[in-house]
Ligand binder design. Structure first.
Ligand code: ARG
Length: 407
């Protein structure tokens, strides 16, 4: 069954099935005091964010691309009472609930939901102190408990389904995330890929129990032999080596991992914030990145060990060589203006989602970049983005391809 559940051998092959998360009340649990820790720069207006997200989902549907939603996949993964119990226990523990009394109250609370789906949605939203009566116990510490308004923090970044796990070939990487807040999200992936009848046979090329962080925004499947991974603020070189050693085996078509060194700052967060593939030989790029990209090639040597070589040359030359292309076009986000580039980059102008060779979904607000894409012959579908963009992620970050047609 697994053979048809996941199939992703490129960034550009016609998309057939995609995983989304429609932002929910977790966004209404954002407060200015805690934005930085929760990786947001502002508080999106939920109603509008949902409308924008529905517009995004409608583009897929209008093109016969099947959409599945994270909460449904997770709910379907809780196939028996034991698994459901274990899932709730792990969720509570990872939400940093230490006291036995509190865990017990929370467990009862979660078990009281009518459906698994409603329970999972609540887990995503977080729990306010005002939502559970008698949560405060008789102990001195409970009287002194601080003003912090949540029992369990919200998970506002869930609508960026690109990051907590990633599909590569017929397998997946489940991630150890760079931040505590996002690490909680990967529990959902654990249950999908361990327990969901449709996905539980999927091969794993990385797991959440690893120490070194790896995030999906850094992983780009360039073709059926080459995967690029950003060495970024979020993804550690040791993680890339481990991933390469699990991926580059005779059981897969993959031969090389290109580790691409990008600046370690929030504006450059992931490789897909500065570089995406939009056609066989066309890529978007943040203009500031070109000169400082060091690329290292990981592959098996004749003895079967992973060897590492530094690639010399411009990014164009490296891509031509590694992808066997005669020409490579790098399309600059924001064109030649430093101001437009910086502004549109900040709003994920380079973060395009390719749904077929030469066809992308982009945020309408990045009109300078979008026009350039069109001039380069790319078919552009725009979506509204006033609210969604406040989470600092674009169409690629908001989607996880499950099935793409092979090229
Ligand atoms: N693949 C991406 N570029 N994802 C963007 C994620 C944005 C999210 N607020 C974070 O900081 O994690």
């Amino acid at each position: 069954m697994s053979s048809s559940s996941i199939n992703v051998y490129s960034e550009i092959g016609r998309l057939k099935k995609v995983l989304l998360h429609r932002p929910g009340r977790e966004l209404e649990n954002l407060m200015p005091e805690y934005l930085e820790r929760l990786l947001f720069d502002d508080i999106p207006y939920l109603k509008k964010a949902q409308e924008e997200h529905d517009f995004f989902a409608d583009i897929f549907r209008s093109m016969n691309i099947e959409t599945v939603y994270l909460e449904d996949l997770v709910a379907d993964s809780l196939v028996n009472e034991d698994i459901k119990n274990q899932f709730i226990d792990e969720y509570i523990e990872e939400a940093d609930i230490k006291e036995r009394r509190e865990s017990r109250i929370l467990k009862e609370f979660f078990l009281s939901f009518k459906s698994n789906r409603e329970m999972v949605v609540k887990m995503m939203e977080g729990i306010r102190k005002s939502e559970i009566n008698d949560y405060r116990g008789p102990r001195l510490a409970d009287y002194l408990s601080n003003q912090y308004p949540f029992i369990i923090d919200p998970m506002p970044n869930l609508y960026f389904t690109r990051d907590p796990f990633a599909t590569v070939g017929k397998g997946v990487t489940i991630h150890k995330m760079f931040t505590v807040t996002r690490n909680r999200e990967t529990l959902f992936a654990k249950y999908i890929f361990n327990c969901n009848l449709k996905y539980k046979e999927t091969k794993l090329y990385y797991d959440r129990c690893e120490k070194a962080s790896l995030e999906g925004g850094d992983i780009l499947v360039l073709n059926s032999e080459v995967v690029a991974v950003g060495i970024s603020q979020r993804t550690n070189p040791n993680a890339i080596e481990k991933f390469a050693s699990l991926l580059l085996t005779e059981d897969t078509t993959f031969k090389k991992v290109l580790a691409v060194d990008i600046p370690k700052t929030r504006a450059f967060m992931h490789l897909d914030t500065v570089f995406t593939m939009v056609d066989y030989d066309k890529f978007t790029i943040h203009p500031n990145i070109k000169s400082d990209m060091n690329v290292y090639v990981l592959q098996r040597d004749i003895e079967g060990k992973i060897s590492i070589t530094e690639e010399k040359g411009t990014l164009e030359d490296i891509l031509k060589k590694e992808l066997h292309l005669d020409n490579v076009k790098l399309i600059k986000c924001g064109g030649n203006s430093v101001i437009d580039a910086a502004r549109e980059q900040w709003n994920d102008g380079s973060n395009t989602l390719c749904i077929a060779p030469g066809e992308v979904i982009v945020y309408s607000r990045n009109y300078v970049t979008n026009e350039i894409l069109q001039q380069e012959g790319i078919k552009v579908h725009t979506m509204p983005s006033s609210e969604l963009s406040r989470g600092r992620g674009g169409p690629r970050c908001m989607s996880m391809p499950l099935i793409r047609e092979n090229l």
